[in-house]
Write a protein that binds this ligand. Structure first.
Ligand code: GLU
Length: 493
């Protein structure tokens, strides 16, 4: 059997990080079995569905490398098919036209609540109380329509909904691949509405018909849909269709164990892109958040495809941990191809300063070291600041101190030596510094600080010799000159 999975988001907002994880699991399950992963946009709630949300879903999935194997399907396009299925169920006696009005339903509910309230009033005898509660429980029970066994329409123009005739007895069991299998008595299910009074299909009907028609073999989704499954199974049965396998994954919680919400951090998948996370890192993190394979923490997409199975899905909710995500992202940044990393990093740097070819060359030269200095692209871009900014106007206290008399003397002489060295390489510059220390019986602790202060003004940066090679001789001398008295164009701090 070829496996077909789907991700079925409602386009009512951003692509939620939990949705991205559901899409990832579905894509991995399909890819592991060399099956198909499909996308269905569940846009039946016309008031809340937006083009922008559809775009965000497609863009987010594409960014994560989780684009579907076929063109996305839009649920509203299938409305005629949903109606035809409802009609077929009416024809076979599995569903019926229900003429109960909204008002009648409301009255039923209100009467039920009134009786329940009356049972609590003081002074009501035990006998009265039992009767009231019994009547209330009938009125508040899942609705079984008086029309379920047929009957004449109240009039030629009478409005009706189409309801599924809920099974009269027995149990409905959800045999889930993640959760324990759960059964409920059929009495707990109402005669659920398949077509509303305006003839439009309900979500419950649409989702079952679409999953069946697409040949979905595995419905893998958040466990917020677990209860819906009890209502969807009778629709499959009424249509005489095989059930797919269900797998409901627990929700992602925040670090405090509460349901994930804005106060825990960004919820939108694309916000993580914009914060400088790599898609492969977010995938690897989301994968571990709800699935495990021994103790392995970091997976490439290829490894994940190879190892994924429903058996590894966790039964309990997972907690979003940004520090962990940062660690995973840092690991992926370090192993990323440097040309790609440069392409991703330069736009972030462009948000901080004007990018020139010279600057790009400096970033490229430094990337092998600099990629260790940040857990997101944004942090990396900020760590690279010394490559375009000597910080001379904002010297910190330590740098100011290093550039006092003695420091300036060393700096003047170092400048001379740096100007004269023939080769400009890490080793050559290191040699210049070492020789200067030896010649003057100084330690690097005395010579390094003034040079570092002149070059980076106290901004965080790696070792001096590599810095000088990334900046180039001309820039190094110019940065030194800004601090030396008496040279043309220098400022004295
Ligand atoms: N459209 C539903 C949602 O976005 C998902 C339906 C399903 O996966 O069955 O929550």
């Amino acid at each position: 059997m070829s496996i077909i999975t789907r991700f079925a988001p409602s386009p009512t907002g951003m692509l939620h990080i939990g949705g991205a994880r559901t899409a990832l699991f579905n894509a991995l399950l399909a890819r592991h079995h060399k099956g198909k992963f499909l996308l269905r946009i569940e846009d039946t709630d016309k008031k809340r569905s937006t083009e922008a949300a559809i775009e965000a879903i497609l863009e987010g999935l594409a960014w994560l490398g989780l684009s579907p194997d076929d063109a996305p399907v839009f649920q509203t396009d299938n409305a005629a098919r949903h109606v035809a299925c409802a009609d077929a169920m009416v024809a076979s006696g599995k569903a019926f036209r229900c003429y109960t009005t909204q008002e009648e339903l409301q009255t039923r509910r209100e009467n039920g609540e009134a009786k329940r309230a009356a049972a609590k009033v003081e002074g009501v005898s035990d006998e009265q109380k039992a009767t009231l509660l019994e009547e209330a429980s009938i009125l508040l029970a899942p609705y079984r329509s008086p029309w379920r066994d047929g009957g004449e329409a109240p009039g030629p123009e009478a409005q009706f909904t189409v309801r599924l005739r809920a099974p009269d007895s027995g149990n409905i069991t959800v045999a889930d691949s993640v959760q324990a299998s759960v059964s409920i008595a059929c009495e707990e299910i109402d005669d659920l509405i398949l077509l509303r009074a305006d003839g439009t299909p309900t979500y419950m009907l649409a989702v079952v018909v679409d999953d069946h028609d697409a040949g979905i073999t595995h419905v893998l989704r958040g466990d917020d849909h677990f209860r819906n499954t009890f209502r969807q199974i009778p629709i499959y049965q009424a249509m005489g269709w095989d059930l797919p396998r269900f797998a409901h994954v627990p929700m992602i919680h925040g670090d405090d164990g509460a349901k994930l919400s804005k106060r825990h951090g960004a919820l939108s998948t694309l916000a993580y892109r914009d914060m400088g996370y790599l898609p492969e890192a977010l995938n690897a993190y989301l994968l571990r958040l709800g699935w495990s394979h021994g103790d392995q923490e970091i997976f490439s997409m290829d490894e994940a495809v190879e190892m994924f199975s429903l058996a590894g899905l966790n039964k309990s909710p997972s907690r979003m941990d940004i520090d962990k995500l940062n660690d995973v992202n840092a690991a992926f940044i370090r192993q990323a191809d440097e040309d790609r990393l440069l392409t991703l990093l330069m736009p972030e740097i462009a948000k901080l300063t004007e990018v020139t070819d010279v600057l790009e060359a400096r970033v490229k030269a430094s990337l092998g070291s600099m990629k260790e200095r940040g857990s997101t692209l944004l942090e990396l871009a900020e760590s690279c600041r010394f490559l375009w900014d000597s910080n001379a106007d904002h010297l910190n206290k330590k740098a100011r101190k290093a550039l006092r008399e003695e420091g300036l003397t060393h700096l003047t002489q170092l400048r001379e030596a740096l100007d004269q060295t023939e080769i400009w390489s890490i080793e050559a510059v290191q040699d210049v510094l070492d020789s200067y220390c030896t010649a003057h019986a100084l330690s690097m602790g005395q010579v390094g600080p003034p040079l570092r202060a002149a070059l980076t003004g106290g901004l965080p940066a790696p070792d001096l010799a590599p810095i000088t090679t990334w900046l180039g001789r001309e820039e190094v001398l110019a940065r030194i000159d800004r601090h030396l008295p008496g040279l043309p164009g220098t400022e004295q701090k």
